[in-house]
Write a protein that binds this ligand. Structure first.
Ligand code: PHE
Length: 340
């Protein structure tokens, strides 16, 4: 019996020493000390040992077990230390290496201007309404006093999805949704993408507008002018003023084109303002009674003004960009320069 145990012990120690990883060591442990292990089998066989020999044999078994466990523990410690050393080795950092430059991103110029506009109008008490890019012909045109065959439809070359649905050509479509959903007083801005079949240095088939709509008791063109004067000072600088020129939009009456005094030359005339001292920035007007009536708003009691700002146009003017395509090409050399 003693020899048998001696043999188990020697074998076990050899196996332990040869184990190359933690998994293998565990297998060896089970093969010897586990439920079906070699040493466990010897213990189970104790019942066949003569009673007077049992204490002696029992002691041998225990000694063998202890010796094996000790070796197992030592080997385990060694393997763990080795694993840790290898991990440290693989994660080793050379702190003298030059650092990879971490570049800071910035918002797209359109998003920057959009946020600036929202801040300015937000501070004047305007709420933001987000419309949808797909609209019906009714909201984009008919309800805005532009029925089928109205010549003003030619002002905006439209992408139709079906006879009924289209990609909105103007955020003005949102005006109708707001007036249908809410009683005056109304004071909203509505930023978003619009689409027109139009493509040159200053026009893109997709661009961004920001609509504004105010409906309340006693609103006049003077309110519009006063608000716009505030607005241009905030976006282009405190010396900027506005002038209104007559224009035409079916959904406003009267309609105006709004110019700002050239913030580059102060009105003397330069390349930016083409020598005129003024730069056109947006379209606006007093909401046409037909539009209010279509939304069941009593025109005896209420009136309103609306305006539509081209966000790309503001960005191009502010940052001196001469081709609208530069705003859509995602060229980092351009985008990096504009961080307002
Ligand atoms: N929707 C007009 C356009 O896209 C702009 C506008 C908006 C004009 C609101 C007047 C009032 O050209």
């Amino acid at each position: 019996m003693k020899e048998k145990l001696q043999k188990i012990r020697e074998n076990a120690i050899a196996e332990i020493e040869n184990s190359e990883g933690l998994d293998r060591l565990n297998e060896v442990r089970t093969a010897i000390l586990g439920k079906k292990g070699e040493l466990t089998a010897v213990l189970k066989g104790m019942k066949d040992v003569a009673p007077e020999d049992r204490p002696k044999v029992g002691q041998w078994v225990n000694e063998t077990r202890e010796a094996i466990e000790k070796r197992l523990a030592e080997k385990l410690e060694k393997l763990e230390a080795e694993a840790l050393r290898m991990r440290y080795e693989s994660e080793k950092l050379d702190v003298t290496m030059p650092a990879v430059k971490n570049e800071r991103g910035n918002l797209h110029p359109i998003t920057q201007v959009r946020n600036q506009l929202i801040d300015i109008f937000g501070s004047m008490g305007f709420e933001v309404y987000e419309g949808t890019e797909i609209e019906t012909d009714y909201y984009n045109f008919t309800a805005l006093n532009t029925p089928q065959d109205h010549p003003a439809r030619d002002m905006q070359d439209t992408f139709y999805l079906s006879p009924e649905f289209l990609l909105r050509t103007q955020t003005s479509a949102g005006q109708i949704h707001v007036m249908e959903a809410k009683k005056p007083p109304i004071k909203i801005i509505s930023p978003g993408k619009v689409f027109r079949s139009d493509d040159d240095a200053t026009h893109s088939p997709m661009f961004t507008q920001m609509e504004g709509l105010v409906v309340d008791k006693g609103i006049t063109l003077c309110d519009l002018k006063g608000m716009l004067d505030e607005f241009v000072k905030k976006i282009f600088g405190k010396d900027t003023t506005t002038r209104l020129r007559p224009s035409y939009f079916p959904f406003t009456e009267p309609s105006v084109e709004v110019d700002v005094s050239c913030f580059q030359c102060g009105g003397k005339g330069c390349k930016l303002c083409k020598g005129t001292g003024w730069i056109e920035v947006l379209g606006a007007g007093v909401v046409n009674n037909k539009v209010l009536e279509g939304c069941n708003i009593d025109t005896e009691e209420y009136s309103g003004f609306a305006f539509g700002i081209g966000v790309e146009r503001i960005a191009m003017l502010k940052y001196g960009i001469n081709n609208i395509k530069l705003l859509f090409e995602s060229d980092l050399r351009v985008l990096k320069q504009i961080d307002d």
